[in-house]
Design a protein around this ligand. Structure first.
Ligand code: FPP
Length: 246
């Protein structure tokens, strides 16, 4: 089994994004309620954040709650929000100890006020950290993000703040929730599903995709390492030929 020490430190992906899937099925397998899966999912979040910080990954983005997740049973949504608040409270010290900066993407205004308050506090108290940037995607949907960027840009064109000719990729990037993040290098999805589920559609244009048949609560150091080793063994051509790269 590989460990963090097996990773090539000269070829670390700058931005790793994770679709944390399979909490519900993990719990069901054990004859437990779905919320038990989420509780154990929090432990996998802690492990993954800590391991990414140890590997000096600059940006880690976690899909914690999608716009579509609001349609889940009320009790499950409430539990996820409670877990978020409790985890933020509990982990503030550890985030600071590990030099991790917290950020969010998504429609944060739609979260319960308690969650918004806790997030603001942890974001502000970790804002001067310079290690890994941990971004939680909360009430996040990529189409919603693109729609709001298009609206903002269109309004600026209408009001002569930017001209139509000047709209380029940089302008689009600066109007996305992710304006402070580079493109994703490696996207991991757990649980065996091979879908993107409305996550960072624009930002994964050239990402390496890694699907692993393990439910999120079981995702451990060696799974993260396998994903990174797979990334390190791939040739990223960005549309060029192999010969051009060499
Ligand atoms: C997917 O499993 C997971 C989620 C929708 C939520 C992820 C949340 C956590 C891991 C806990 C809270 C997060 C933080 C950052 C403290 P699923 O419920 O879709 O599983 P299933 O596909 O098996 O039903």
């Amino acid at each position: 089994m590989h460990t963090l020490a097996d990773v090539d430190k000269n070829k670390i992906p700058k931005h790793v994004a994770v679709i944390m899937d399979g909490n519900g099925r993990w719990a069901k397998q054990r004859g437990k309620l779905r919320v038990f899966g989420h509780e154990n999912g929090v432990e996998a979040v802690r492990r993954t954040v800590e391991n990414c910080a140890k590997l000096q990954i600059d940006y880690l983005t976690l899909y914690a709650f999608s716009t579509e997740n609001w349609n889940r049973p009320k009790l499950e949504v409430q539990t996820l929000m409670k877990l978020l608040v409790a985890s933020l409270r509990k982990e503030l010290k550890t985030l600071n100890k590990n030099n991790i900066r917290l950020k969010t993407i998504g429609n944060i205004d739609s979260l319960p006020s308690k969650a918004q308050k806790e997030l603001q506090e942890v974001i502000s108290k970790t804002s001067s950290n310079t290690g890994t940037t941990l971004t939680l995607a909360l009430s996040y949907g990529s189409r919603e993000e693109l729609k709001s960027a298009v609206k903002e840009i269109a309004s600026k064109v209408k009001n002569n703040i930017i001209s139509l000719e000047n709209i380029d990729e940089t302008v689009i990037n600066t109007h996305l929730y992710t304006h402070f993040l580079p493109d994703v290098d490696l996207l991991i999805r757990t649980s065996g599903e091979q879908r993107i589920s409305n996550f960072l559609l624009w930002q994964i244009a050239y990402a390496e995709l890694y699907f692993i048949d393990v439910f999120w609560p079981d995702f451990s150091e060696h799974h993260l390492v396998e994903a990174i080793l797979s990334y390190q063994n791939r040739e990223r051509r960005f549309g060029k030929t192999s010969e051009q790269l060499n």
